[in-house]
Design a protein around this ligand. Structure first.
Ligand code: 5GP
Length: 188
């Protein structure tokens, strides 16, 4: 059977990965599956166990690392998040494409471990625009915003090793472009 493609969508915090991915799904004929990560952070209001994340303790996360059940993981501003390996492998084996929305460090691990993964970097139109978006979100303190902007500047510098870099100037336009990249990858 035809194996699905693992699609990694990464980019700095606040760039709009979640919105672009949601809009992308309706634009692709064979709807890709979204991987549900495990995280040690607390749920935010409106987040549901098993839908947005699997919320686990530090001890459970340690165990998952130790027994090799994470495809990749990273420490992200004070907590850890990672991709459970088994569900991803089962979906790919069943012919489904799977999208991972992860950070740049995680994307680097996927590049090493899954050589045929499609790696897409979502870039803000500029760091000034990213700063405006982070402030507009109103969920972070000033110190957190500054940390995220410093990290974003480093991450944007790594965009060159991705298969495609898409500027998120407009979520619908960016979703169109990412959908076209995914469709094109299927014909090769
Ligand atoms: P948030 O905590 O706001 O949901 O996500 C913070 C950052 O963690 C985002 O950049 C998101 O893409 C990243 N992230 C979420 N899940 C994972 C994961 O399983 N692995 C990695 N490496 N990063 C993740």
């Amino acid at each position: 059977m035809h194996r699905g493609t693992l699609i990694v969508i990464t980019g700095p915090s606040g760039v709009g990965k979640g919105t672009v991915i949601q809009r992308l799904l309706s634009r692709i004929a064979e709807r890709p599956a979204l991987s549900v990560s495990v995280t040690t952070r607390a749920p935010r209001p409106g987040e549901t166990e098993g839908v947005h994340y699997h919320f686990v303790t530090d001890l459970e996360f340690d165990r998952m690392i130790a027994d090799g059940s994470l495809l990749e993981w990273a420490e992200i501003v004070g907590h850890r998040s990672g991709t459970p390996r088994r569900p991803v492998e089962q979906l790919l084996a069943a012919g489904r494409d799977v999208i991972l929305e992860i950070d740049v460090k995680g994307a680097e691990q996927v590049r090493e471990r899954v050589p045929d993964a499609l790696l897409i970097f979502l870039e803000p139109p500029s760091l000034d625009v990213l700063e405006e978006r982070l402030r507009g979100r109103g969920t972070e303190t000033e110190a957190m915003i500054e940390d995220r902007l410093r990290l974003a500047a480093r991450e944007v510098g790594e965009a060159s090793w991705f298969h495609a870099v898409v500027v998120n100037d407009d979520a619908d336009r960016a979703a169109d472009e990412v959908a076209a990249i995914i469709e094109a990858s299927r014909t090769v």
